[in-house]
Ligand binder design. Structure first.
Ligand code: RIB
Length: 299
């Protein structure tokens, strides 16, 4: 069993600030760094570090060579990453002293995926393989339809949440991975229980993983015998940068699912990995290795 992540790659321009810039304000930052990121790339790195056989497909733009190199160095197969003549996707990220961030995206190369690339890539995957998607690339509806037809297990992290998602057939997903904001946007309800009820009624075959920041995470997995529910408290840590916390959780969660681990254990591993990641700066560079996660869980 293997996992294909058809996803974004960004150059993250990260600025440390003492507060997020306000409308009309000009603010001097405290430091600046350029690091590898993009929800797709971060999740592929997390999947590979978790031990999954990982393939990353997408478009590599002008100036993005370091992103392909980083994936390859982490053992991610980049055969299906195609060069395009468009500026590399990027993100401008402000990080405040509490480790919170705000992110401005430029799609660039991430919006250049052609239907032919989708068809040619998916031809190498089939029944039982996982497909991981986020909402930073174009052509999601087509990807979901074609992967579903091939019997793949589709995991969608609908982030950033926007109108374009309306064209996606959520009923074809195996897992929906959302934070509390996305759950509310999707269901119209702030309460996790209600969000699950609404989503389950609309898409009865879809399992839901809901991350709640410091309040931990909850999951509802649809099985042939009914719905299995699990709750995982967050591991308390002092966060320096929460960028990619959700991506780290996603990669480790899916990696553990692929190993056939019980649901509570998948969540515990993912939560521990994410808690380590937020104690370090940056997106992809902050993601812990499997050995680090195993050691921290054994403490
Ligand atoms: O989830 C974090 C990521 O969101 C950053 O790396 C940034 O590139 C944006 O895609």
């Amino acid at each position: 069993m293997k996992v294909l992540n058809f996803g974004s790659l960004n150059l993250d321009y990260v600025y440390a600030v003492d507060h997020f810039v306000q409308p009309g304000e000009t603010l001097s930052s405290l430091s600046q760094k350029v690091v590898p990121g993009g929800k797709g790339l971060n999740q592929s790195v997390a999947l590979a570090r978790a031990g999954a056989e990982t393939y990353h497909a997408g478009c590599l733009g002008v100036g993005g060579g370091m992103l392909r190199d980083l994936l390859a160095e982490n053992g991610v197969d980049v055969t299906y990453l195609l060069p395009v003549d468009e500026l590399q996707g990027n993100a401008v990220i402000q990080v405040n002293p509490s480790g919170e961030n705000c992110i401005l995206l430029f799609g660039g190369s991430n919006q250049c995926i052609a239907p032919s690339q989708v068809e040619e890539t998916l031809a190498a995957f089939g029944e039982g393989d996982y497909l991981v998607l986020q909402n930073e690339i174009n052509d999601l509806p087509f990807l979901v339809d074609r992967a579903f037809a091939r019997g793949m297990k589709i995991v969608l992290n609908p982030s950033p949440f926007n109108e374009k998602l309306r064209a996606v057939d959520f009923g074809k997903l195996s897992w929906l991975l959302v934070n509390e904001v996305e759950a509310a946007q999707l269901s119209g309800s702030e309460e996790p229980e209600n969000a699950w009820a609404v989503i389950h009624e609309r898409y009865p075959a879809v399992s839901l993983l809901l991350t709640l920041g410091k309040a931990g995470s909850r999951a509802w997995r649809v099985t042939p015998d009914g719905v299995e529910e699990a709750i995982q408290p967050a591991f308390p840590v002092k966060a320096v940068d929460t960028t990619a916390a959700g991506d780290t959780y996603t990669g480790y969660f899916i990696g553990a699912l692929m190993e056939g681990r019980p649901l509570p254990e998948c969540m515990r591993r993912a939560s521990k990995a994410s808690s380590i990641g937020v104690t370090r700066p940056g997106a992809a560079p902050s993601i812990p290795t499997r050995a680090e996660v195993d050691a921290a869980l054994a403490e």
